[in-house]
Design a protein around this ligand. Structure first.
Ligand code: SF4
Ligand code: SF4
Length: 654
């Protein structure tokens, strides 16, 4: 995937419409680890004569990454920049590299600020099974048409479907995902259809690019560029429409207005575009020429002799960008006196927009009335976990706030967040920042315990333990020996249920949506329920089960997330039970079932995570709570006793 002015996370934190200014405090590394590609897009800017056709081996990639990491001489000269380099892996198609996953892990180890892979969607070498969402910030997919016809005419037959399939996989595995649309006269007519295309894909970012007249697109008459009028009348409008779906949109400025000042990123920012032949450019539109500022020779970064691109950065012309005038002047226009009517911005200058409405409140307002201080950790409880945001409540003040980042958090979890930005938009407060730690600490939430209904006496002698001539299962013998105990029914909370309508059950509605494949609607219902009352144990049990059953493979993130849902449910239920509770919560009392389901799922998660002894302890307690064992706990205990893993037990069941 060629360049791609995929923007660094330093700008991803700015959520309202703004021009993203260049920064000396961070650098961006666009690393082409190969130029090979399975596609042959008609606008591809890769130029193997200039960039080489080799594939870097993993040892070389690691050495070159080190050159730009926080340990490098390059970054040591600027202490502000330590750990501030955003890395984007590019190609050709970077997933064609069999060791891309090792490169990602090395980049993570070296402490790059953010790591992105730009891909054409084919996701070769099972890359998603070899990296985790914790190791990468974004997978960015290129799509150049709202329809299969237009995209495939530019990028190749089948590529539209591969992108859609790839995004689905990436989102289902909890990676963050973005999309890049390179605008030209071949596809601008379909840009207005993109808000509808992307609204339910689950992507977090949308990048609009402008076609560059280089590589295969290089042509003297500037064909394929869109006019200034078309650009200005289309791009901001579409960006706003996409941002209206909660997606952050970035697009190049291209045309400066009279009151905007031209700046060349080559002079005021640190961007490095590395190619496999060792060339390192600081300006992407110089890449068709041997004008690179640096070269990597024998794994060392060496400045190239003049004349190079740096000499061009220093030239001042009334048209703005010098390189633009040299290679794609068709986007310029002059008045009768021969003066340019406007300036062309640096191609690295971006507009970013996250929503179309007016900002209502500012940083000072929210920080002063909420006690939030930028950089000072604050505890919040997750109330509703969406794809790219979590609705939280600040524990100390109860103030609701939306946190714009998600990994594997679950409703009811307490997050300690170091805020980097807070703002108010319409009536909602938002925050970005770093999650420092997470915990499940239900007592800290001060929830009202679910009531236990008046007890009744349960006598084991009145219970069926099997035929008289058959031995009693050893798991039950101590329960029988203990004798009479009290049995209870735990209060069940189901918000939105109409007590007068026996058929009204939002949990059932959500399950039906889920089973019909409409996961979006199913999760929406659960979010609403938990936002009203976190004590709806059946919502936690269902969310846990949906997660747990997502895969039978050893996918740790899925199991941890499932365990989190169940654990929250278990601990909310436990609030109701006195210490050393030895009563029963029989399955026969319907309202006990959500708690028993949470316990069951929690035990299975522990077992699946390789903690059979903890699972065993919990399962034994479950038999005491519900000796009728309607959930088949005794069979799980038998398998654990036989030394089976959860996976072996499940295969046996199949
Ligand atoms: S996906 Fe297309 S644009 Fe990207 S490198 Fe391959 S041919 Fe070039
Ligand atoms: S695009 Fe133009 S303004 Fe931007 S770095 Fe290159 S030469 Fe400078």
């Amino acid at each position: 995937m060629p360049l791609i002015q995929t923007l660094p996370s330093s700008v991803w934190d700015n959520m309202l419409k703004q021009t993203v200014t260049f920064s000396k405090d961070s650098s961006n590394l666009f690393f082409h680890i190969l130029t090979k590609c399975n596609l042959s897009c008609s606008h591809c800017y890769i130029n193997t004569k200039q960039h080489g056709a080799n594939t870097l081996d993993i040892d070389t990639i690691k050495k070159w990454l080190t050159l730009f990491s926080k340990k490098s001489d390059l970054n040591k000269t600027n202490s502000n920049k330590i750990g501030q380099t955003n890395l984007i892996f590019l190609g050709g198609e970077p997933t064609l590299h069999p060791d891309l996953h090792l490169a990602v892990k090395e980049a993570k180890r070296l402490g790059f600020k953010s790591i992105t892979i730009d891909t054409n969607g084919y996701l070769f070498h099972n890359i998603l099974d070899k990296i985790t969402p914790d190791e990468i910030d974004f997978l960015s997919f290129s799509l150049d048409g709202a329809t299969r016809e237009t995209n495939d005419a530019i990028r190749g037959k089948g590529s539209y479907d591969m992108v859609m399939e790839g995004i689905q996989k990436v989102v289902s595995k909890n990676f963050s995902c973005s999309m890049i649309y390179t605008v030209s006269d071949m596809n601008i007519h379909e840009l207005e259809l993109m808000p509808d295309v992307v609204k339910s894909l689950g992507i977090n970012r949308f990048f609009i690019q402008v076609i560059g007249m280089r590589g295969k697109s290089s042509n003297p008459d500037g064909k394929r560029q869109v006019s200034r009028e078309t650009w200005l009348s289309t791009i901001p409008k579409v960006a706003e429409a996409i941002a209206g779906h909660g997606i952050v949109v970035t697009y190049p400025k291209v045309f400066l207005t009279k009151d905007e000042t031209f700046q060349c990123a080559g002079l005021v920012a640190d961007n490095y575009f590395i190619f496999p032949n060792g060339r390192v450019y600081q300006c992407p539109i110089c890449e068709d020429f041997s004008l690179h500022s640096y070269e990597i020779k024998n794994d060392r970064l060496i400045a190239t002799p003049r004349i190079n691109e740096k000499d061009l950065f220093n030239l001042t012309i009334p048209e703005g960008c010098v390189m633009n005038k040299m290679i794609q002047p068709q986007n310029l226009s002059y008045n009768k006196k021969g003066h340019p009517e406007y300036q062309i911005a640096c191609c690295m200058l971006k507009e970013e927009i996250s929503n179309i409405s007016e900002r209502e409140g500012g940083l000072n307002e929210i920080t002063s009335d909420s006690g939030i201080q930028i950089g000072k950790p604050i505890e919040m409880v997750a109330i509703a976990v969406k794809k790219s945001a979590i609705r939280c409540k600040i524990i100390s003040t109860g103030q609701p706030i939306t946190f714009r980042k998600v990994r594997d958090e679950v409703e009811g979890e307490i997050l300690t967040i170091k805020p980097s930005k807070v703002w108010r938009f319409q009536k909602t407060h938002y925050m970005t920042g770093e999650i420092i730690s997470k915990k499940i600490d239900i007592p800290a939430l001060k929830l009202e315990p679910l009531a236990l209904a008046d007890p009744w006496s349960w006598d084991p002698q009145n219970h069926y333990w099997g035929e008289p001539d058959e031995p009693v299962d050893p798991y039950f013998q101590p329960i029988i020996n203990f004798g009479i105990r009290d049995a209870y029914e735990m209060e069940q909370i189901i918000p939105f249920q109409d007590p007068k309508d026996i058929d009204s059950d939002p949990i059932l509605d959500a399950s039906e949506f889920f089973n019909q494949g409409n996961q979006v609607e199913a999760f929406k219902i659960m979010e609403k329920i938990l936002a009203v009352d976190l004590r709806c144990l059946d919502a936690h049990a269902h969310l846990g089960a949906w997660e747990f059953n997502r895969s039978k493979k050893k996918h740790e993130m899925i199991i941890l997330k499932a365990k989190g849902h169940y654990e929250v449910g278990v601990n909310i239920g436990k609030l109701s039970l006195p210490e050393n509770f030895n009563g029963l919560l029989p399955w026969g009392c319907i309202d006990n079932r959500p708690f028993l389901r949470c316990l069951h799922g929690y035990g299975l998660s522990l077992w699946r995570l390789g903690q059979p002894r903890e699972a065993e302890k919990l399962f034994k307690k479950m038999l005491w709570l519900n000796p009728a064992d309607n959930q088949g706990i005794r069979f799980l205990l038998a398998d654990i006793d036989d030394g089976k893993t959860w996976y072996e037990s499940t295969i046996f069941d199949d």
